[in-house]
Design a protein around this ligand. Sequence first.
Ligand SMILES: [Zn+2]
Length: 97
Amino acid sequence: MQKEIVSIILEDFHKIMGEEWKIFQEKIIHNCYCSKCNSAYDSTIVDYTVEINDLDDIILRGKCDKCRYPINRYIETGENEENVEIIEEIRRRYAMN
Ligand SMILES: [Zn+2]
């Protein structure tokens, strides 16, 4: 059965990233692709929401800080078993609400 797409709060996103949170803030967030700026993955994503997709990967949906064009950033979290355990716990919690 395909897993559901779940929108999560920043706090839970932080939990999933764990020790990689610092890398996220220093690198990933500033290395997004904006098709309008035609940036080589050097745009910064702002005002983003966070989703867990059917593969337990993370998708950020936000805007380019320069031009405000909508941009997404995909983060592969579903390959890491430790992440998946945390994601399962979050899925259960959100399913109850
Ligand atoms: Zn842009």
